[in-house]
Design a protein around this ligand. Sequence first.
Ligand code: PRP
Length: 270
Amino acid sequence: MLNWLEKDLISLYKVSVNSLPAGYKTCIKKAIYLTQERKIQSQQSQGQTEKDSFRCELISFNEVLRLSRILAQKVKASGYMPDLIVAIGRGGYVPGRLVSDFLLFNDLTSMKIEHYSRAADMREEARIKFPIPVDITGKKILILDDVTDTGETLNLAVDYVLNLNPASVRTAVLQHKISSNFTPDFYAQKVLKWRWIIYPWARYEDLAGFAEKIIQNRTLDLSQIIAEFKHRYELDLKETELLKILSDLTERGELESTKQDNRKLWSIKK
Ligand SMILES: O=P(O)(O)OC[C@H]1O[C@H](OP(=O)(O)OP(=O)(O)O)[C@H](O)[C@@H]1O
């Protein structure tokens, strides 16, 4: 309903743009904004209810290497010569190091921003955990991260860096999701269809988080957990990898394992 209402209002606005008094046009414009706002809210709440199941993609180190090389080439081709690269930790650490390598560039530092806890669980807002440890006054800065999802991390990073009086700031990521409300100056790849991307440096952590979400308040065996990884996240996991994660989580006291009819079962430790 919101879609046709928005379309009708836009047509009405186009028709009336030259014929109606300014006050009426403002009213129609406001109605368009309100419809668009409601549309976003309803999409977001739909996203909330479907949060337990979404597509994931595992990225290999080779792919990271390829994307980092492309990103470095794009920065170089733009003619922007930074004085300092600031990697956003933790996801930007490895890309930051690789891109500076491909640029034959030495001055790499970092800051840590946290926006997610574990396995796609978003905190209320992104926050700076560790600030930039050096004076960047008058310097040309390149901020580097692995991915933009909502864009909150880079929004925060740029605001923070601008307050430190640099000469200029540019941003770069390996993968830029178009769902992001922040568009970086450079990206190696644009991600059109949203999916949760699992980089090799967060693979263990993400899979552990998803395993706990899958088990929740049930008691499941290995094949059931593997089947749910496929069903809920479109991930094909090997038994050996998942067994290692489950045994680590058990060792940490987050899961407990029991035996029933020769089947090993896992549940969340109460
Ligand atoms: O555009 P956004 O929605 O803000 O998401 C992107 C950010 O989220 C991830 O970091 P995370 O908060 O998971 O911290 P981590 O890098 O330490 O895992 C990722 O490395 C980006 O920095």
